[in-house]
Design a protein around this ligand. Sequence first.
Ligand code: BGC
Length: 746
Amino acid sequence: MTLRPVALAAALIAASIPLAAPALAQDAIDRKVDALLKQMTLQEKVGQLHQLSGAEATGPEAAKRASQNTEIRAGNVGSMLNIKGAKDTREAQALALQSRLKIPLLFGLDVIHGYKTVFPVPIGEAASWDLEAIEQSAQVAAREAASAGIHWTFAPMVDIGRDPRWGRVMEGAGEDTYLGSKIAAARVRGFQGPKLGATDRVMATAKHFAAYGAAVAGRDYNAVDMSLQQLYEVYLPPFKASVDAGVATFMNSFNTLNGVPATGSAFLQRDILKGAWKYKGFVVSDWASVKEMVLHGYAKDLPDAAVKAINAGSDMDMEGEAYIAHLAQAVKDGKVAQKHVDDAVRRILRKKFEMGLFDDPYRFSDAQREQAVLADPRHRAIARDVARKSLVLLKNDKINGNAILPLAKNAKSIAVIGPLADSRRDLEGGWVVSDVRGEVVSILDGIRNHAQGAQISHAAACAPGCATAEGFDAAVAAAAKADVIVLAVGETWDMSGEAKSRTDIGLPGQQTELFRRLKATGKPVVAVLFAGRPMIFNEIADNADAILYAWFPGSEGGNAVADVLFGDYNPSAKLPATFPRNLGQIPISYAQYNTGRPVTSEKDIVYRSAYIDSPNTPRYAFGHGKSYTEFGYSGVQLDRTILRPGQTATLSFELQNKGKVAGTEIAQLYIRDTVASVVRPVKELKGFTKVHLQPGERRRVTFTIDRDTLSFFNGDLKWGAEPGEFKLMVGSASDDIRLETTLHLQ
Ligand code: BGC
């Protein structure tokens, strides 16, 4: 099957006939905002800072809904989340238009990896290292959501995650700052398009500001304690990249950072974001994070929390009870300057103007468009393309000289075994906003679609989670009759994501035992693993014949996995995060420091920075991922060995496809600053490129290096490069460096 995603994306734009918001210059918008602000009472201003979650219209929540409606009509609500669909958003908007000033509501929703068409979870997409594909995925999600009345998604999550116990690594782009920054910008572009206000795009949110990914011990919502240098160098850049890409909004975070809740941090929100970065969008709190400052022990009560949050630069109170109840009084009491409230309101109104909502508050809520867009079959084709680009081939052993994958299309019999083999809901992963699990292609469906001549047997062996082994005998008996076993195991969809931290990131339940039993049949076992995080699965890593890491691949997951298993797509993905051997190695990243006692040989670890019971090296390194072909790297050249001020250097090398099938390699550039005023990591990713080569084809690949590539935050938190020697390393993974050279900075 040939997919042409770029052409498809262009066709999407042409077909959707999006309405652009009327083109108003920024100063014209500012004048309108000021004029409106002048008419607003203090209470109406505070209303704009209040965001409420929608509730069901019937059942026990009906009373809440009725009181919300009253609040909206009174002008006490600026935005709602968790309301969707052209009809429901239209109804809620109509209430806002009954308020005195008729200021339209903004509708926000967590459109994290698709609205109706489910794409791979974000960490899976990140494994594609394919910025164009990631942008398209966000574009499709935006197009579907915007057709259903949504103005604003709470994505992308740009938190760096180096602790796979933390369930929310699923929502991000992995461990690396450089890759994470590129992906953050791609997602913002995909969601928002070139200019806010088109009816097939939505506003994006860079979240969670900041350092949420570094929660102590990987426990969600936990405290964060880190040096400012780590903060500036590792955790902030993806946020800065989002600002540079024009992200409309920011969301702050639940955690404390060095003792201060991010929601109450003027350092983060006023000094860095709105100060140094000159950010003009608005900051929404995380869910009730203003109120939670009381529990943190940072605010004495709700009124105090409201004062501390607004003074620190949190503009909108999500599902908040603090601002709406206490802010007006705090202004009257002189605890909050009027200018802080005005600034927050201005930022929010500006976005409402930019989205064209004052011209037509219903422009996103069009039932006809909703129906047409949500039925667009092209979205599925794009989802399949992104999904197969996200599948990481971790292992592919040879049996009698032949690699186990790809499977022959004319394979006689395949046993498709495991609790996730015919699961639909699990393939979607967390943060799914439409219930469309019936439309998901399972692994079994995908294999059946591909291997139509083969005899396919199937046994779940146990339910997702695999608590009991009762079904194992039957599954093993079925498997023993087949030529090859495809084993689909992993986390269930709800084992990663928010509030899903785990102290054991192994395969849940009895799934390793199931593998052991299947392996004992002597038949080759291809393990397809599903998860929202790096897992630890040493027994499978050692003994499976092939391993495909599928993350949660989305609506088209089964087809995408089968595309790879049968060789219709040659896998190209690379891990965006390190896979540890054991829990004791966590937190772990390739970008570590050398220490004064580095391990240079596993045989010599005494009084070295080592473990006595485990190697330091991970199970699978950042950047690892195999292909059905082999790539050769040779002929490294540097056009200059000394880099003087104002110059750039070009590193080039020859990449060759040495195998028999076409394939795509993601070549990676790492640097090491060998001596600096602050010690530098042993490797830092500074470039990557995705190259498609026919069998035997060679291509010269280049990376450009400038002063910025060599810069870092020094001890005074100043960005700059220090003269000296830099090692440049090019390779296929962070632990598979093929070429090295040296550059001197003057
Ligand atoms: C999460 C956010 C999310 C918000 C709204 C919070 O619990 O931390 O990421 O956007 O809920 O659903």
